[in-house]
Design a protein around this ligand. Sequence first.
Ligand SMILES: [Zn+2]
Length: 93
Amino acid sequence: MSLRPDNRLLDAPMQPVTCDTCQGQVEVRKSSWEQTSIQWHDDAVERCVERRAASPRPGPNGATFQGCEALRRTVATLAVGGDLDVQSEESDA
Ligand SMILES: [Zn+2]
């Protein structure tokens, strides 16, 4: 793995998720059901049409884009299925 560590994001491990539609791989961390952090790899940005459309030139805070429709759906499916850790998961879920 050639992940560049960002110390501000290291309170929980990022988990690799591949977009169903673009086949781009990103790193995802769900700190809660509502909060999703996504770290984009360069090749994933290239593959994802919606990502390119949202931010043609990634700015200093390019992390605000939460993913294309397919990626959000993929993340939600993984989280619900227990394949993606949710840090503050409610026990009565
Ligand atoms: Zn995508």
